[in-house]
Design a protein around this ligand. Sequence first.
Ligand code: ATP
Ligand code: MG
Length: 341
Amino acid sequence: MIIDNLSVINLRKIKIFAESFCRNTNVITGKNGSGKTSILEAIFFISHAKSFRKKYSQALISNNQKELQIKIETDRSTVKGFYNKKRKVFYKNSEIIKKTSQLSEEILIVCMSPEEIDIIEEYNNEKQKYFDRIIFKIKKEHIKNIKDYKKLIVYRNTLLENKMETDPWDNKIMELGNKIWKIRKDFFKYFIKKYKEVEKKIEIKNRYEIKYISSVLEKQKYLIELRKKNKSNKTEVGPHKDKIKFFINGSEVKEHASQGEKKIFKYILKLTEAEILKKEKRTNPIVLIDDFFAKLDGENIMKIFSYFHCKFQTIITTTNTDNKILEKLKNKQTKIFTFND
Ligand SMILES: Nc1ncnc2c1ncn2[C@@H]1O[C@H](COP(=O)(O)OP(=O)(O)OP(=O)(O)O)[C@@H](O)[C@H]1O
Ligand SMILES: [Mg+2]
């Protein structure tokens, strides 16, 4: 998939932007606050109906303006989005898009930004969500399973708190729990294998490791564990207790890795996701990288760059306008946009 043209109106400080992108690497440079990240947000918004920044989406609409408009022309379709604080409406060609999950089918992206939730620093729950969101893209039934499971756990915990019987719900929880475990187990096996391939190709010095720790239980055992009395009055077994851990040369990434090492690890995770989407969706996702050069040394920049360049259409942002590496990139089928304040 390739984005040919992007136009936006009333996006944060940008009144109007209309440009065409090249099919390889596009670099948006400019000073702090010139609107670089906003451009990536616009593309993300058309793919996910929200921003990747942690804050709420309303700030996307320029102050004192009524409506944000975004139009993306890809090699497959034209997708438009209109957002006026109350309503978000999306169109594929001239037809309205009814489900937001359809958006990511039209604009398939992998996005990395320092402004998203930090998967290394966050609690386990966020790690689960991070990987579940990738599974959602390739296995739609997982969305419903996770939603239903969460509701059941909330319900069950309320019953436990009120010292009421949970029996009628336990079988349903167990069934769903087993489905989720199966999907996650298969997924992590696949993801870790792909991750290792990407890591090998990039030839980075450190060895990273991803561990998915779940206590998959057979039905009978599950039921016994589920019904064990516990002090917390909460459901203590099930996929919501799965753990995901990251290691660098045998030690936990969170505690041991430097800032650059953490960033490289996150990049490899994202590039793995891109490879998986490419295979499963039979089209190349577009890769968005916000603040690409920050915290990375020249050697690592070139290693990551060489991996994605000419493989995926990529849009990267950077504040480095007179960087030597940028000079090098200029000769390599890239398109450079400079944002002036
Ligand atoms: N709703 C809004 N209306 C008008 N301006 C806004 C709005 N929301 C944010 N801004 C401003 O838009 C600008 C663009 O922010 P953006 O994050 O895109 O910049 P950037 O080029 O990525 O900067 P940096 O290099 O610091 O990451 C900022 O100056 C911000 O204050
Ligand atoms: Mg930015």
